[in-house]
Design a protein around this ligand. Structure first.
Ligand SMILES: Nc1ncnc2c1ncn2[C@@H]1O[C@H](COP(=O)(O)OP(=O)(O)OP(=O)(O)O)[C@@H](O)[C@H]1O
Ligand SMILES: [Mg+2]
Length: 338
């Protein structure tokens, strides 16, 4: 199983079944010239996949076209180029992005943002491989592979009339769906290690930081994970990175989970029935512990439980798996409390 595939400058990391399938499909589609539609939430790796297909195919230039930035009167000339004197300021002829992609790949990013009139023009280029620069009477040819990406639901856009059905079918020959990171948690470990080796300088994550990263939902997907690691190594000389070094959204999520497990534990402590197993704090307990006499381990475990529960002995006893009276006795024994 591949954890990492590298073609040219793109490296796609992941060992989940979903990522393995994407890697397999990249290899398959790279061999042909079919249009590819890459779908996925923001930060799932659509750009990366598009570049990887192009690099695996190894033909011609890769021309990214950000449809969300193609606005205003110059949009058409950006795409199709213009003749000299086509409009005020057009002092010389200019090649458009479509022509620059000749022989290679045009990557239409955020295709869902392309205005309807441009969609019609793009469809024509895809069908005829011909276009006319702004202000020119001559047809020009460009033969390129199109890869389009969007985080919108294009089928819905078609239904509501914001996206041309014919263009949608034209683009939707091969579809690659990139799953959100929360649905492929097996990718987390290799991705974390990949970004640590890219950005870190010998930084190491404590086990409780890894556990916190595993438990987070990653609404911004791989980009958010990459930013998180970058941020942590940028402000910490390390080598150890602790919970307090995590960006605040992840710390907040951790706190919410702690509060939840506390609530379960509090509920359970007033109940004779054994509680459903809560998320116990040992997942967050510092596991870089030296080997110590058991008696000292016990003392530390009690201290940690009390700290975690803000001194609530009932909950602390529950979390330690001992009765309240045993806890009181041990507190006395260790001279930990009055
Ligand atoms: N599987 C992966 N392995 C390594 N890096 C990845 C992977 N997936 C995404 N990345 C990295 O995460 C960042 C975001 O990826 P990318 O820009 O491709 O996402 P996107 O889906 O195009 O996002 P958006 O919808 O916001 O444009 C990039 O820096 C990319 O290199
Ligand atoms: Mg993108």
């Amino acid at each position: 199983m591949r954890e990492l595939t590298q073609s040219g400058t793109t490296t796609i990391v992941g060992r989940s079944m979903k990522t393995q399938q994407v890697l397999h499909n990249i290899d398959k589609v790279a061999a042909g010239r079919w249009p590819v539609l890459v779908l996925g939430e923001t930060g799932t790796g659509k750009d990366l996949v598009a570049r990887s297909i192009h690099e695996t195919a190894g033909q011609g230039p890769f021309v990214p076209i950000d449809c969300s930035s193609l606005v205003g009167p110059l949009m058409e000339s950006e795409l199709f180029g213009h003749a000299r004197g086509a409009f005020t300021g057009a002092v010389g002829p200019k090649l458009g992005l479509i022509e620059l992609a000749n022989g290679g790949t045009a990557f239409f990013d955020e295709i869902g943002e392309l205005p309807l009139d441009m969609q019609a023009k793009l469809l024509r280029v895809l069908q005829e491989k011909e276009f006319r620069p702004v202000g020119s009477l001559q047809q020009r040819r460009s033969d390129f592979r199109i890869i389009a990406a969007t985080n919108r639901d294009l089928a819905k856009e078609v239904e509501r009339g914001a996206f041309r059905r014919d263009l949608y079918y034209r683009l939707n020959v091969v579809t690659l769906r990139l799953a959100p990171l929360r649905e492929r948690t097996d990718d987390l470990e290799p991705l974390i290690d990949h970004f640590l080796s890219l950005y870190g300088t010998g930084h190491i994550l404590t086990p409780e930081v890894r556990s916190a990263l595993q438990g987070y939902e990653w609404p911004g997907n791989v980009r958010e994970l990459e930013n998180c690691i970058q941020q942590m190594v940028a402000i910490n000389t390390g080598p150890m990175l602790h919970i307090c070094d995590l960006p605040s959204p992840i710390q907040n999520c951790l706190q919410a989970r702690r509060a939840q497990s506390m609530a379960v534990a509090v509920g359970a402590s007033g109940n004779s029935k054994p509680p459903a197993r809560a998320e116990t704090p040992d997942r967050f307990f510092n596991q870089d512990i030296p080997i110590l006499p058991l008696i000292e381990m016990e003392r530390r475990a009690i201290l940690h439980a009390l700290e975690y529960t803000n001194g609530d002995r009932g909950v602390a006893a529950h979390l330690l798996g001992i009765g309240r009276t045993t806890l009181y006795r041990k507190l006395k024994e260790y001279e930990l409390a009055v």
